[in-house]
Design a protein around this ligand. Structure first.
Ligand SMILES: Cc1cc2nc3c(=O)[nH]c(=O)nc-3n(C[C@H](O)[C@H](O)[C@H](O)COP(=O)(O)OP(=O)(O)OC[C@H]3O[C@@H](n4cnc5c(N)ncnc54)[C@H](O)[C@@H]3O)c2cc1C
Length: 453
């Protein structure tokens, strides 16, 4: 989770978060470079200016050990998105535009921003190649380019998403996350299918968050009757490539209870492979026959995985993720290479909340390594998923390696976070977006530890 109530008390937290959501870009422009010819060197090069890259590069800067341009951030993006907010967009609660900032406005002027992509790593030479053909060298490298969302993993999906008249959408992209609510609002009767793929995705709770909000929307419109589904104009199916509702048993059993109580059909181990008109096709395990289903509305979560330039590099493990130690975040083969966030091999649920706990560990250990000392900070796998279960309620899953719950408010106030609560909803809807842009990307937010630096 993101909040430490103790530290919150000592901070000037604004009265109305809503007001601050329209906050202007705070930073002046960083030193943006279209790349100077030839090779440049930096003490630290950070690949990716997403949640992890920005938190880490600013935390490094706050250590006071670096001067102008000692740290470089490499990212080709024009915009930085608050992706956790896209589920709010899918629920009609926010616009996608209010959840993004120009990347260059989020990068401290003391950092060097290379606004191009990385093409390849040369860890034996301590350098990276950029998409314009230039090279930059480093003493320490942080690899945090996130994961790639593969819309093409489902046959026919890219075309269906682009077709404005189709009721096929996905929350997993800036271009499509607002189509979700338009489709939900448009559906007045028929079958709605919400999918989740087999395999690793970022924020594994998001596929069902979208469903719970849609259900509530239809319920409030009189179109869905959880207690009498046979009489409902709309029927709902959750089709997942996985074997259950959620990876952590404590939360999974609660969510499975909601699924049954609310009359949702569950198709487990059903992995969407194709969309053709109003037909969805699912692969089944162990050579079983594919299953086809007709739908009137389809919400799709495609497969995700490491970017090719990471997967095909010497830094990758067998699965293609940056092969780092589960505790220290240090690369297993190249001790001056580090990774956190979605691109890393850290075996936890891929979330921005996880980054809040990973980043301080990586930063401390990297600074120790620069001084010739052994890394001593250890990441315990902490991650969090604020699961919207209806409008106004959130189940706040927080856990560490092994799926063991690690609940901030459970420990602090004795509440059971598996019970959806209104207070958690306000954290998700207002506080987290606010603290993300005002503190996390600036390197001053330590998640459960509260404000740092
Ligand atoms: C729909 C949705 C809902 C989510 N909900 C939640 C939630 O409720 N709570 C939560 O904590 N997390 C949530 N997440 C997950 C969270 O957004 C990610 O886990 C987090 O952003 C990971 O940070 P990252 O820095 O590893 O990757 P990202 O934030 O994705 O950043 C990666 C960066 O790398 C850059 N990059 C890509 N290729 C290259 C290249 N070749 N060279 C250089 N840079 C490159 C990209 O432009 C990008 O800026 C959600 C995500 C989605 C999509």
């Amino acid at each position: 989770m993101f909040l430490n109530a103790g530290n919150l008390a000592g901070r000037a937290v604004p009265r109305a978060f809503a007001k601050t959501l329209a906050f202007p870009a705070i930073r002046t422009l960083a030193t943006v470079s279209p790349i100077n010819p030839g090779s440049r060197g930096h003490k630290v090069v950070v690949i990716g200016g997403g949640s992890a890259g920005l938190a880490i590069s600013h935390q490094l800067l706050h250590s006071g050990k670096f001067s102008q341009d000692d740290i470089a951030v490499v990212d080709p993006a024009e915009w930085h998105h608050y992706q956790p907010g896209w589920t709010l967009v899918a629920g009609g609660l926010k616009t996608k535009e209010e959840l993004r900032r120009r990347l260059e406005t989020l990068v401290d002027p003391k950092l060097k921003l290379y606004n191009v992509g990385v093409n390849a790593f040369a860890p034996e030479e301590n350098s990276v190649s950029l998409s314009n053909g230039d090279k930059i060298s480093y003493e320490q490298l942080v690899v945090a380019p996130g994961v790639s969302v593969d819309f093409g993993s489902v046959k026919g999906l890219p075309e269906a998403l682009e077709d404005a008249s189709s009721l096929v959408s996905s929350v997993y992209g800036f271009n499509y996350c607002d189509k979700v609510f338009r489709n939900v609002d448009q559906l007045k009767k028929g079958t709605a299918i919400f999918t989740q793929p087999a395999g690793v995705i970022k924020c594994a709770g998001a596929p069902q968050k979208v469903m719970w909000l849609a259900l509530d929307h239809w319920k409030q419109a009189g179109l869905y009757k959880p207690q009498n589904v046979s009489e409902s104009p709309i029927k709902i199916t959750f089709a997942t490539g996985l074997g259950g509702m959620f990876a952590v048993p404590k939360y999974s059993s609660v969510l499975e209870g909601f699924r049954k109580e609310r009359g949702i059909e569950g198709l487990f181990q059903h992995d969407l492979v194709a969309v053709d008109g109003n037909t969805a096709t699912f692969a089944r395990p162990d050579g079983q026959e594919q299953v086809t289903r007709k739908f009137d509305l389809l919400h799709v979560v495609p497969k995700m995985g490491p970017h090719a330039f990471v997967k095909n590099s010497a830094l990758a493990n067998e699965a293609g993720y940056v092969d780092v130690d589960d505790g220290t975040t240090q690369h297993k083969k190249y001790p001056n290479v580090w990774s956190a966030g979605d691109a890393s091999s850290l075996p936890t649920s891929k979330t921005a909340a996880a980054v809040t706990a990973e980043a301080p560990v990586l930063v401390r250990n990297l600074l120790l390594a620069r001084d010739g000392k052994q890394p001593d900070a250890v990441y315990d796998g902490y991650t969090s998923c604020p699961l919207l279960t209806e409008y106004g309620k959130v189940l706040l899953a927080e856990f560490k390696y092994g799926g063991v719950p690690k609940e901030t408010f459970g420990d602090l106030l004795g509440v059971d976070q598996a019970e959806p609560r209104r207070a958690f909803y306000h954290l998700k809807k207002s506080f987290f977006p606010w603290v993300y842009f005002n503190s996390m990307v600036k390197g001053t937010w330590g998640g459960p530890k509260g404000w740092i630096n």
